[in-house]
Design a protein around this ligand. Structure first.
Ligand SMILES: Cc1ncc(COP(=O)(O)O)c(C=O)c1O
Length: 426
């Protein structure tokens, strides 16, 4: 395949004519496809159907004899803390099992830092003259939305295959007292699928931060969500921070949203015992206790780490073919043309696609006109501002395999048309 940029204008014009024919034929089909959000497919939800049968009207008592229907147990059932401590790579006293959403726990953590401060020796963030957060980009739009809503200035830093550009992160954190933290999705990053290297973890733990209350928001949303042979591995940020003498630096988050049921799963926050005490001291005013029946369902259904991994293998079997279709279509349509790049993740929920600079908005609009909803251009950057206007997040898990194939084909056709237009051969 020859790169578009070296083709003569007549040849490009002929290619464009063919592409427009395909585009018009697709528009005529009046499609209504959506590959915008990372949701499990109904087939994946069915994998956890048995969860709903693990607790019933006669069987609602935890292994320690707790009646899970009643109030109490602010930080979670001991057997659930035990299981998810192993899942998150921390000790049982370093984890709290919360409600149904890790995003909710992240938001609460921000609000507590804003209103109360991170412990007695730190000023509440809302009293600081300026607040800034480091945002590796492309990243997760809902992380950025929390900062945006709370008026925290976001500083984008490039993502590499090993995690954020650490030279940039280190110099920012060391220089500016207003920088209070960084967002991280360490394993199968949203959307690029990057896996943080050991060196990245160590540098995050060891770096000098001008703000004494600098926090790493370590969103381990995809800890066991692998597509390959076995789960990826990331060095423990908590252990690295302990070794570096700053055990309070990381807050770890996770959930079973994409293991069991998003919206009806379990969420967790983890970190040093001191940080967990800080969380508990605020949680006490927020709730009398979590939904222990759901905790009991989960621990009975998943049983142990082997149970979680065996369950995730079933998820992988369902979603692998969808990721394969994305790769196949992009490869067939775009490889060698020098107009697009995309990731081949080993896990997680997304493929990160880069159209030619300046084309993402056009591509998303053209696809929408053809009945294919793509994640809005810019969504993966703070304030929806992708400086290159090139990144588009593909979420292939929810739609059927055939719908994913069609949607990605439309994306590829629109990308080629936009690229040719940009080369000036209209
Ligand atoms: C990186 C990341 N964190 C958190 C979430 C949401 O997690 P939860 O359902 O636990 O709120 C998502 C969902 O897509 C995600 O991609």
């Amino acid at each position: 395949m020859t790169e578009f940029s070296v083709l003569p204008p007549e040849e490009l014009q002929a290619i464009k004519t063919g592409l427009l024919k395909r585009y018009t034929a697709i528009c005529d089909r009046e499609l209504s496809l959506d590959i915008t959000r990372g949701k499990p497919s109904p087939e994946q939800l069915d994998l956890s159907a048995g969860l709903l049968e693990t607790v019933d009207a006669r069987d609602y008592t935890s292994s320690a004899g707790t009646d899970c229907r009643n109030y109490g147990g602010l930080d979670g059932l001991p057997e659930v803390r035990q299981l998810f401590a192993e899942y998150m790579g921390v000790r049982p006293e370093e984890i709290i099992i919360g409600g149904n959403s890790s995003l909710n726990l992240m938001y609460d953590t921000f609000l507590r830092a804003m209103v109360h401060g991170l412990g007695a020796s730190h000023t509440p963030w809302c009293r600081e003259p300026q607040l800034k957060f480091i945002c590796p980009s492309p990243g997760y739009d809902r992380h950025f939305a929390i900062c945006e809503q709370l008026g925290i200035e976001m500083i984008p830093v490039d993502m590499t295959d090993d995690g954020p550009d650490m030279d940039a992160v280190e110099s920012l954190a060391a220089a500016d007292e207003a920088i209070k933290g960084i967002w991280c999705v360490p394993l199968y990053s949203n959307p690029t699928g990057a896996i943080y290297s050991d060196d990245t973890v160590d540098r995050l733990a060891r770096m000098t931060t001008r703000a004494a209350d600098f926090r790493i928001f370590w969103d381990n949303a995809y800890a066991v969500h692998y597509l390959g042979e076995r789960p990826g591995r990331v060095r423990s940020i908590l252990e690295a921070c302990k070794a570096a003498g700053c055990p309070e630096r990381p807050f770890l988050f996770g959930s079973t949203s994409k293991i069991t049921f998003p919206g009806a799963g379990l969420a967790m926050i983890a970190g040093s015992a001191t940080n967990m005490e800080w969380v508990r001291s605020h949680l006490f005013f927020q709730t009398i206790g979590p939904d222990k029946l759901n905790q009991l369902r989960h621990v009975r259904f998943l049983k142990n780490m082997d149970g979680i991994l065996a369950h995730m293998e079933k998820h992988a079997a369902v979603i692998r073919p969808r990721f394969q279709v994305v790769e196949d279509v992009l490869n067939t349509e775009l490889a060698g043309k020098g107009i697009a790049a995309w990731t081949r993740p080993e896990g997680g929920y997304f493929v990160s696609f880069d159209a030619p600079d300046g084309c993402a908005r056009t591509v998303v609009k053209m696809a929408a006109d053809a009945g294919v909803k793509l994640t809005p251009a810019g969504a993966t950057y703070p304030l929806r501002n992708d400086p290159c206007d090139s990144n588009i997040r593909i979420a292939p898990t929810f739609a059927s395999i055939e719908d994913v194939r069609t949607a990605v084909e439309v994306l590829a056709i629109c990308t080629q048309i936009a690229a040719i237009d940009q080369l000036g051969a209209v």
